[in-house]
Design a protein around this ligand. Structure first.
Ligand SMILES: [Zn+2]
Length: 394
């Protein structure tokens, strides 16, 4: 099954220059081939029009003659010859006018390629043939698929876009008839109403290294700023210096960024495994609305990391349910941890607790029906019940 995905991309100055060449090369190849076909027809009207295959064969000598064609993704030139051949077929079927030359001014700035080497390089970075690594958005959409075709476009609004035609395998998963509620926890990443706990994703060694380089970076940058300020303040100086003249803090920044990217990749791999498993296992998945979930007041690092993981977890569930024919239901999280999932009453014993006391309450007994609850499993059961109510199943 094929789907179209459009991403915004952010090429750097060199890549923009390269793209301008590539757009121009597509137009050049179209015009050269069209000219050749027209000439052949003039010389001998009984000759058959060149097929895409014939034209692809001619691309080789053309590239030798015009060196700049080597700047292009070669699969894009084959897309051009194929398009030109299709245009002739349409003309012969009288469905379309005779193929025309593409003018520099009127023709759109884009090219389409088919090379299999295009891929996700890193979260939010694509590796595009001939261009290298290009910054983009939302690469997580591309995890379980194969890219068949891609078009890079410089839109008249000034933005650059990458449109992908991608193929997904196993589109619809089998129905299992099962439903689940999931609580996103503080102690664990996620807890299901079936009592399964997915522990928090931790990469202790990498985290330690990343924090170390973060500290080195802060310290080195701070020192360099002091040196620069002192130097540039000195009236006897011969010239000004800049922070960019020093490389050791830049090295620390690179190391820090590399380690952080590694952690993100590892974390996303784990989240992919968990969300794929859940979507396979259940037909309906109910989770809380993260926007109104009471995020911890103290914004320490651990909490930021876990809320980032929650958002990624939710977005993966969203698109996987969509792709695989399952349903994701989002419910209001209010009091899901404080209501007894058995009798439905709110436990007011928690009302006066501090945040820390409340978070450390792992088990409790309902004062009304005396049922003993694991805090998180109880919450996920409440989430499930709310979801089913919303769907009018219960
Ligand atoms: Zn109860």
């Amino acid at each position: 099954m094929l789907k179209g995905i459009k991403l915004k991309i952010y090429p750097n100055a060199r890549q923009k220059q390269q793209l301008a060449w590539m757009f121009g090369n597509d137009r050049f190849v179209w015009n050269e081939m069209l000219n050749l076909i027209n000439q052949r027809y003039k010389n001998n009207p009984s000759l058959k029009v060149l097929s895409a295959y014939d034209m692809n064969y001619l691309l080789k000598p053309l590239k030798q003659e015009y060196d700049f064609l080597k700047e292009s993704d070669s699969s894009s030139l084959q897309v051009v010859t194929n398009n030109l051949y299709q245009a002739w077929l349409m003309f012969f079927k009288k469905k379309h006018g005779r193929p025309k030359f593409h003018s520099r001014k009127a023709y759109k700035q884009s090219y389409t390629g088919k090379s299999a080497t295009i891929k996700v390089a890193n979260a939010r970075y694509m590796k595009i043939p001939k261009l290298g690594i290009v910054k983009t958005s939302k690469t997580n959409l591309l995890n379980d698929c194969k890219i068949k075709r891609y078009t890079v476009e410089h839109s008249p609004n000034g933005n650059y876009y990458l449109s992908l035609q991608v193929e997904f395998e196993n589109q619809k998963l089998n129905k299992t008839g099962k439903v689940v509620g999931i609580d996103l926890g503080v102690h664990d990443l996620a807890i299901t109403s079936d009592g399964v706990k997915y522990s928090k994703l931790q990469f202790k060694n990498l985290d330690k290294k990343a924090r170390l380089w973060q500290r080195k970076y802060n310290k080195r940058l701070h020192n360099v700023k002091n040196i620069v300020a002192t130097h540039n303040h000195d009236k006897s100086r011969l010239y000004d210096i800049e922070v960019e003249d020093f490389t050791n803090w830049q090295k620390a920044r690179k190391n820090k960024a590399k380690l952080q990217a590694k952690i993100t990749n590892k974390r996303n791999d784990e989240l992919h495994k968990i969300t794929t498993k859940l979507v396979k296992q259940y037909d309906v998945i109910v989770i809380e609305n993260l926007k109104s979930k009471n995020m911890m007041k103290n914004h320490n690092l651990a909490n930021v990391v876990s809320s980032n993981a929650w958002y990624t977890f939710k977005s993966m569930l969203e698109y996987k349910c969509n792709w695989y024919g399952k349903q994701l239901v989002i419910v209001d999280p209010k009091n899901t941890s404080r209501i007894c999932s058995d009798c439905g009453k709110k436990n007011h014993e928690f009302d006066g607790l501090t945040q820390a006391q409340w978070l450390s309450t792992r088990n409790w007994t309902c004062p009304y029906c005396h049922k003993n609850h694991d805090r998180d499993i109880n919450a996920s059961l409440n989430i499930l019940n709310r979801g089913l109510k919303q769907l009018n199943i219960q």
